[in-house]
Design a binder for this molecule. Structure first.
Ligand code: AHR
Length: 503
């Protein structure tokens, strides 16, 4: 047995044998709030890449595919159902060569350009106006990443003016010309994307160079609108880079961006262990930011924006990045979301990479079909059903061993959040083959009405395809029992669960 004392959780891991039944206990206490939940952890990321924008989000008004003013209707409705709190755009790598002025004004006169980041063609039919309109339709807060690769600080500041200014000045007047007298008030702005990488247009040789560039951009952007919040480029595996950025540009930043892709295929145990390593890494980056701030007298409160994350299969190659993920990836997704809910005090923003057609939650075909991945269904279950406070949650359960993590990982993970009338419990069962009996003990919340919805299948490899789009679907649980303040249910192997308790 190992005892691992985390910030809010105590896991007791029992190595199970054939004679020990697979049992777990989840304890929730709403009287003890561990933190506020920032719903932006359920955020999305869309990029001009493959068929994410063109063919996914945007088909144009003249398309034979049903659309609302050019936005593909089936995708629009599917995205609305996952209640995205925030949507990052236009990239990704794309942002490092994107000139926003190409994407405004009458659509017919926008330039069709060779695009340098992905070496592809950008028709510029979808630009700032279309993005803002789409965000409004799906209910997401905009989050724009400016071109800090081949672009200039002036160009970025002009974009802030176009979006946010009420002054009678040139760029604000272009927004009015485009039909929007009121400002968009875009609050969140990223300064560059993955500038530490040689694959990035305009990459920086080290963190110190990136910090200098970040300051130049931040300085001009903030002159236009002091209320904006800025996200600098951080790195998930280069602590020195992060220290240099914070040391040099920390006073200008509100968030540091971190991206993590889990490259697959990999062993099942390692895939489902990865979210624990991600959680640990994010907390360690957060701690190092704060150590650096203390050391250099930086008083801004900098938190993390985990604004690109996903599993990335070998077949998802440029430029299309197509993959069809399976139930085990839904388990991975559920575990990452549970971790993010737990640590949203340190990582309040995230961006699933990506929403449509590229490493996607949602896949579309050019003949009008759409398929929702098992990962999509996790967002559908969790994102729309979360409270605003995280309740103290502990899990007592068996464990599974991951070679890559070199440790045992709890077979069950869970987090509860609640608001005035409802409590939501998100649970994931990592076991590949064996079910786990689960007893849920709740303090501080009346267990009058409990609803159970879950995602499971016959095998961790079950997936949805255009031919079989409904193979992995959430279902209502029927065999949940409630007595004396205790809820009992069986967690099927490789499954994701939502329990909704109403007062
Ligand atoms: O999401 C695909 C790409 O992965 C993004 O453009 C880039 O930021 C990352 O490397």
């Amino acid at each position: 047995m190992t005892v691992d004392r985390g910030r809010q959780y105590i896991y007791l891991h029992f190595r199970h044998t054939d004679t020990v039944p697979q049992k777990s206990i989840i304890r929730v206490d709403t009287r003890s709030v561990s933190s506020q939940l920032d719903r932006r952890v359920f955020g999305q990321f869309i990029e001009h890449l493959g068929r994410c924008i063109y063919g996914g989000i945007w088909v144009g008004e003249n398309s034979s595919i049903p659309n609302l003013r050019g936005f593909r209707t089936d995708v629009l409705e599917a995205v609305k159902r996952i209640h995205p709190p925030i949507a990052r755009w236009p990239g990704g790598n794309f942002s490092s060569a994107y000139h926003w002025m190409d994407g405004i004004g009458p659509r017919k006169s926008r330039p069709r350009k060779f695009e340098l980041a992905w070496e592809w063609v950008e028709p510029n039919e979808f630009g700032t106006i279309e993005y803002i309109e789409w965000c409004r339709l799906v209910g997401a807060e905009p989050f724009i990443v400016v071109n800090a690769g081949s672009g200039t600080p002036e160009e970025a500041a002009a974009w802030v003016e176009y979006c946010n200014s009420t002054r009678d000045t040139y760029y604000a007047s272009l927004r009015r010309r485009d039909g929007y007298s009121e400002p968009f008030n875009v609050r969140l702005w990223g300064i560059g994307n993955e500038l530490y990488g040689r694959w990035q247009v305009g990459f920086c040789v080290d963190g110190a160079e990136c910090a200098r560039r970040t300051i130049e951009f931040a300085n001009l952007m903030k002159r236009v609108d002091k209320r904006i919040e800025l996200v600098g480029v951080g790195c998930d595996n280069d602590p020195e880079w992060n220290i240099d950025i914070i040391k040099g540009a920390g006073n200008y930043l509100d968030y540091l961006s971190v991206h993590t892709y889990i490259f697959a295929p990999k062993k099942y145990e390692d895939l489902v262990a990865a979210p624990s390593l991600i959680e640990r890494n994010l907390l360690s980056i957060y701690e190092s930011i704060h150590r650096t701030c203390r050391k250099y007298g930086i008083s801004t409160k900098i938190r993390l924006a985990f604004d690109e994350w996903n599993v990335w299969y070998r077949e998802a190659v440029p430029p299309m990045h197509v993959q069809f993920t399976s139930l085990k990836d839904a388990v991975f997704t559920g575990l990452v979301l549970i971790a993010l809910e737990r640590i949203s005090w340190a990582v309040p923003i995230a961006g699933f990479a990506q929403t449509v057609n590229v490493l996607p939650l949602i896949s579309t075909s050019d003949d009008g079909r759409m398929v929702l991945s098992p990962q999509y269904h996790v967002f559908e279950m969790f994102s729309a059903n979360a409270g605003d406070k995280v309740a103290w949650t502990s899990v007592l359960c068996p464990s599974i061993y991951s070679e890559e993590a070199e440790t045992n990982i709890p077979a069950v993970d869970a987090v509860a959040s609640f608001n005035q009338d409802k409590m939501f419990l998100h649970i994931v069962c990592r076991n590949a083959d064996e079910p786990v009996e689960c007893s849920i003990q709740v303090a501080g919340f009346d267990l009058r009405d409990v609803r159970h919805r879950y995602l499971a299948g016959d095998s961790p490899d079950d997936k949805n395809t255009f031919e079989q789009p409904n193979n992995v679907m959430p279902r209502d649980g029927k065999d949940i029992s409630v007595s004396n303040g205790e809820v009992k249910l069986t967690l099927q192997p490789c499954s994701v669960h939502l329990l909704t308790f109403s007062r």
